[in-house]
Design a protein around this ligand. Structure first.
Ligand code: HEC
Length: 137
């Protein structure tokens, strides 16, 4: 069993690592972050993710489930499938699996399970972004 402080510390660290990765990646890219339709859609992911972090810290299971559902729906949107490769599809499937793990744990009122699902999902964010950038390195 994790203590609540441990959980919050771990979550904050993963959130900071993920955010830092997104913020510092490919500075030479022609497209500025936060511009363009694709970026606007992709940024929609952030709000429910932040919501879940807060809901996990407060053990608000209904809110975890509701935000997980929002993320799941975004991941099914055609704007999500901007890249038509097997690898991108695979990363998207893994991402949805983590969201499902988190959602299921929240429904079972299992806070440790939801926290692990959240961390797994955060890793999936970083992994997908990383593989997108491989051709640019
Ligand atoms: C299956 C792949 C995939 C996963 C998983 C994924 N993303 Fe993304 N993300 C993308 C793509 C594609 C872009 C757009 C990159 C571009 O346009 O250069 C992007 C861009 C972003 C951006 C930058 C938008 C901008 O301003 O340029 C943010 C923020 C972001 N994602 C957050 C997240 C978060 C948070 C998660 C995890 C909860 C996540 N993403 C998971 C594929 C993914």
């Amino acid at each position: 069993m994790f203590t609540r402080t441990t959980i919050i510390t771990i979550m904050l660290l993963t959130a900071i690592i993920a955010a830092g990765y997104i913020a510092t990646s490919n500075p030479s890219d022609a497209q500025q972050p936060g511009t363009g339709q694709r970026a606007t859609f992709m940024r929609l992911k952030l709000q429910p993710v932040k919501d879940i972090l807060e809901a996990i810290a407060l053990e608000d299971f209904d809110r975890i489930t509701a935000s997980a559902e929002r993320i799941h729906l975004l991941s099914l949107d055609e704007s999500w499938m901007v890249i038509q490769t097997d690898e991108y599809r695979r990363q998207s499937d893994e991402f949805r699996r983590s969201v499902a793990v988190m959602s299921k744990a929240a429904k079972d009122k299992n806070i440790d399970g939801a926290t692990l699902g959240y961390m797994q999902m955060t890793l999936n964010c970083v992994r997908c972004h990383r593989q997108l950038r491989i051709p640019e390195q």
